[in-house]
Design a protein around this ligand. Structure first.
Ligand code: FES
Length: 103
């Protein structure tokens, strides 16, 4: 199972992800730039902001109410499919998901 990140510099990174791992943990383990995960996934830092590729947004679903509030505090302005990646848990339905790292 894998995830693809499109980086701000135009580079694409693809990595294997373990089921149950969240997308912030996967990004940090792959040294994806700009995904910091400062709070360790406790939904209090907004440093794990990603933009879910619109083709995948129906599968990830939108943010919960508190995550939605936190998305107003991201360093880069949120977009329609923005999520905090610590709140997206990888499962088989998300195999092949594409995420964009905000610029
Ligand atoms: S890692 Fe802090 S909100 Fe996601």
């Amino acid at each position: 199972m894998q995830v693809t990140w499109h980086l701000p510099n135009g580079e694409t990174r693809i990595a294997a992800v373990k089921p149950g791992q969240n997308m912030m943990e996967a990004a940090v383990s792959q040294n994806i730039p700009r995904i910091i995960g400062e709070c360790g996934g406790s939904l209090s830092c907004a440093t794990c902001h990603v933009i879910v590729d619109p083709a995948w947004f129906a599968k990830t679903g939108g943010p919960g109410a508190f995550e939605d509030d936190m998305l107003d505090a991201t360093e880069v302005d949120r977009q329609a499919t923005s999520r905090l990646s610590c709140q997206i848990k990888f499962d088989a339905a998300l195999d092949g998901i594409v995420l964009h790292v905000p610029t």
